[in-house]
Design a protein around this ligand. Structure first.
Ligand code: TYD
Length: 133
């Protein structure tokens, strides 16, 4: 599986740091939705789904967490701990998110509005979908 990271330019000076996210520039799609996970309880593992069409970029803007990404052939573990690094997650990639640090704020940019019909929430259905695509 090809993992696509996006290096985000940090504008830093003596005051601190700033990163800008721009649709179709450093974010490779139309940004339709932004959400963030925070105050995640210790030991929680969440996600457990893939999407039929949705593309997302995830950024640990504070703290850290782990992603397990699975394309049906390969499983890869990614540690996100850098606000200047985006991880692009394509459709038909199963994800589980875990080992959230207490202070973790995980921001997600998505190319579509929320639509439960776009989710595949059963791993067996996900495997079936990737095998028969
Ligand atoms: P959920 O899908 O359980 O999160 P995950 O599978 O990534 O751990 O989402 C939690 C709740 O938030 C659920 O009731 C759906 C709702 N939700 C929205 O209303 N809009 C959104 O954009 C997202 C991602 C979730």
């Amino acid at each position: 599986m090809q993992i696509k990271f996006i290096q985000l330019q940090t504008h830093g000076d003596e005051r601190g740091a700033l990163i800008a996210l721009e649709e179709s520039r450093n974010i490779p799609f139309e940004i339709k939705r932004v959400y963030y996970l925070f105050k995640t309880k210790t030991g929680v593992r969440r996600g457990f789904h893939s999407h039929k069409t949705l593309k997302q970029v995830v950024i640990a803007v504070r703290g850290s967490c782990h992603f397990l990404l699975d394309d049906g052939n390969e499983r890869i573990d990614i540690h996100l701990d850098n606000p200047a690094q985006g991880l692009l997650i394509d459709s038909f990639v199963w994800r589980e998110i875990y080992d959230f640090s207490e202070d973790c704020v995980l921001m997600v940019l998505a190319d579509k509005h929320y639509d439960e019909a776009d989710y595949i929430r059963s791993y067996d259905d996900f495997i079936h979908s990737v095998r028969t695509r």
